[in-house]
Design a protein around this ligand. Structure first.
Ligand code: PGA
Ligand code: ZN
Length: 435
């Protein structure tokens, strides 16, 4: 074994994310002198079972959100434990981190500390092999570009728009390539801006780059998006469709939900019916976290009633954890899973989560967090794992575009080998609309 890929040093530093909250950047140095860095994202509407993001809790700095403790985790315990490991053995590295932490939820070292090291090592190893990250992680077969879902209207915990549904996304299902998908999306986004301006509504943006106007209802958000798709010259549901992430844990629990301007209560069956009406009215291809993370029955009912028509996807309920994904498989609670590296905390475990979905025949969407940096790891990761879908916010804000732009570069680099496919091509309603 050559010593050039052995881990020599690991450093971490507190930096700021796109909301101005502290996060970590980690740098790994290999024996051959190569260095690589990675930065860690942070969510706002987090699942209760996510791996622990270690924060200082020292109210005198950043309102308690400092990450100096996580920096210490990296530079002391983790650095001592991984020095001398071969960066080319990602699984061994990640298992060393998991053993060193010793908890089931990464509370001791912090999932933020662990993920920063895990990603930086993958990047250093790729550089040592002189391979792009997607090819290092995914091999020669890594040629599938993901369908993007772009979050053009922001609500919930990501904006002050008053919308209780968190994300209204556009999905360029009719685009022939990833680059064209971005054009369809950006043109629709620009049309949406024009429509909002015309109606004297705010075009200031939320955490994920989508607009955050004070709209009267969740339905109005969908109406604006359909109008924007048409205004941009596209056919709703054929060229550009809609995906939703209501993030229902933020407006309900125990099968009770509080939806709409007046926050009226509806029960599980009422919310399911509401989605059913929306699926009839709007060109919706996917609903993520339509029910709260403690409402397994809501997911099971939705998947039984609507899973044949749309993608029913888990996020807060599955938290990229193979244990919960396995439970979802046994309960037939969904047909797709959202994947976020920092929900589980290492690259190896995230790959396991994706592979479990692939083996089950479930769809996969790799996701950013609402608090991001310009790190584009998830772009390469989505290609490496043949995820088929990605969400990285609107085509706006540098930390969102960093991922989409990286994918455009990867697509071009792959040239003739690049594959781009509509993951919703088999949905019956999409087929009807195309005819
Ligand atoms: P978060 O939201 O990054 O704020 O958790 C994203 C999502 O719910 O998908
Ligand atoms: Zn979500």
């Amino acid at each position: 074994m050559s010593t050039s890929t052995l881990i020599m040093a690991v450093h971490a530093q507190e930096i700021l994310d796109s909301r101005g909250n502290p996060t970590l950047t980690v740098t790994v140095e290999l024996g051959g002198g190569l260095q690589a860095s990675a930065s860690v994202p942070s969510g706002a509407s987090t699942g209760a079972n996510e791996a622990v993001e270690l924060r200082d809790g020292d109210a005198s700095r950043y309102g308690g959100k400092g990450v100096r403790k996580a920096v210490v985790s990296v530079e002391q315990a983790i650095a001592d434990a991984v020095r001398g490991l071969d960066a080319l053995d990602q699984a061994a590295l990640d298992h060393r981190l998991i053993d060193l932490d010793g908890t089931s939820n990464k509370a001791r070292l912090g999932a933020n500390a662990m993920l920063g090291v895990s990603m930086a090592v993958a990047r250093a190893a790729a550089a040592a092999q002189e391979l792009p990250l997607y090819a290092y992680l995914g091999g020669r077969g890594a040629t599938l570009l993901p369908m993007p879902s772009m979050n053009v209207l922001n609500g919930g915990k990501h904006a002050d728009s008053g919308l209780d549904f968190q994300e209204f996304m556009i999905v360029p299902v009719g685009a022939p390539s990833f680059a064209e998908a971005m054009r369809f999306g950006a043109e629709t986004y620009a049309a949406l801006r024009r429509l909002l301006r015309k109606d004297r509504l705010s075009t200031a943006v939320g955490d994920e780059g989508g607009f955050a106007p004070a709209l009267p209802s969740n339905e109005a958000a969908c109406d604006y998006i359909v109008a924007a798709i048409e205004e941009a010259g596209y056919k709703p549901g054929v060229d550009v469709a809609i995906a939703l992430d209501p993030a229902a844990s933020s407006f309900g629990s125990n099968g009770s939900y509080y939806v709409g301007r007046n926050g009226g209560r509806i029960d599980r069956a009422g919310l399911l019916e509401l989605y059913g009406r929306w699926i009839e009215t709007y060109p919706i291809v996917s609903i993520e976290d339509g029910f709260a993370e403690d409402d397994w029955q809501g997911f099971v009912d939705q998947n039984a009633a609507q899973g044949g028509q749309i993608q029913v996807m888990g996020d807060d309920i599955t938290v990229t954890n193979p244990r919960f994904i396995q439970e979802a498989i046994e309960r037939k609670a969904m047909n797709a899973v959202l994947i976020k590296l920092n929900q589980i905390g290492t690259v190896t475990e995230t790959v396991s989560a994706v592979n479990l979905c692939h083996r089950t025949g479930w769809k996969v969407m790799v996701s950013h967090r609402s608090g991001e940096t310009i790190d584009s790891f998830i772009a390469d990761f989505a290609v490496a794992t043949a995820a088929g879908q990605i969400k990285s916010g609107a085509p706006c804000r540098g930390e969102r575009l960093a991922k989409y732009n990286r994918l455009m570069v990867i697509e071009r680099e792959l040239g003739d080998k690049a594959v781009f496919a509509n993951p919703f091509a088999n949905q019956p309603r999409l087929q009807e609309r195309v005819q």
